[in-house]
Design a protein around this ligand. Sequence first.
Ligand SMILES: Cc1cc2nc3c(=O)[nH]c(=O)nc-3n(C[C@H](O)[C@H](O)[C@H](O)COP(=O)(O)OP(=O)(O)OC[C@H]3O[C@@H](n4cnc5c(N)ncnc54)[C@H](O)[C@@H]3O)c2cc1C
Length: 273
Amino acid sequence: MNQEYYYPSNLEEALNLLTKESTVIIAGGTHLTTSKNRAISNFVDITRLGLSYIKKDQQLARVGSTTTITEMIESPIIKQIGNGILTKACQLIGDTPLRNVITIGGNIAGIYPWVGLPVVLLVLDAEIEIKTLNGTKKVLANDYYKGKKLQKGAIITEVAFPFRDDYFCQYEKFSLTTVDYSWLTMAFATKNENGTIVDPHLAVSRVSKTQRVSQVEEFLEGKSLTDLDLNTAVSILKNSIKVVADYRSSKTYREHLLGVLFRRMLIGMTGGL
Ligand SMILES: Cc1cc2nc3c(=O)[nH]c(=O)nc-3n(C[C@H](O)[C@H](O)[C@H](O)COP(=O)(O)OP(=O)(O)OC[C@H]3O[C@@H](n4cnc5c(N)ncnc54)[C@H](O)[C@@H]3O)c2cc1C
């Protein structure tokens, strides 16, 4: 099949090219080159649109969508977000050659269950900017992951992160080796106001759909750190999400893993604040 590869130099050109049939965006290319979708005839490379940047803008860090994972790891601005939670999540993605090309936009556009960054966007209330020929919209991560897939021809252009440096944040990726795909990914962020849990955010992916777990957040809100009932918190988590098995591990194993990792986070929080 004849395939065309386009290198637009501005956003408008890219959006117009995407109206062609069987045409998709390519950024780092790590998913597209391995997925071998024969229905795709044309690629629109968005890496020359000036969307590779990390900027501090008052209370937000703005990350352009073609910024690579390596660029994020090396950024002092990214290190300030959630006391380093985003840097840690980036460090646990794949290996160095992959991190050099994977982009933040590609990591969140496809809503693939194994990717590392969505849970961090969810617990930090990050905002995703999406452009189409009809205009620009900004969507909170929680709405983005509850919603349907991106509209055809839409380009994620930027992700804005609040710094949340007054939050206690944790990130866990469980995998067999550091470069292996994740078996379970989880992130947690909360404030401690005089020994009380305030505004807790918990997000889980890979063992179920990528989601915030509001039942656990409601249970934790306002609880005292000193007499937190860890068993109840863990059992609410297990009962709130529908854990699915895959070829790597059974449902029972994944549920157990979920409990172990969440308990570890809570112990870290009660001892770490
Ligand atoms: C062996 C291997 C191991 C990996 N391990 C991990 C891991 O541990 N953790 C992890 O998080 N990821 C991992 N990845 C990467 C992950 O699977 C995805 O491939 C990656 O996040 C996609 O980013 P990309 O920039 O390469 O996107 P691409 O492959 O270029 O695109 C992916 C999809 O997103 C769309 N897209 C890309 N950018 C945009 C945009 N700005 N707006 C709208 N749509 C867009 C494309 O059209 C395509 O559908 C691994 C990949 C491989 C090959």
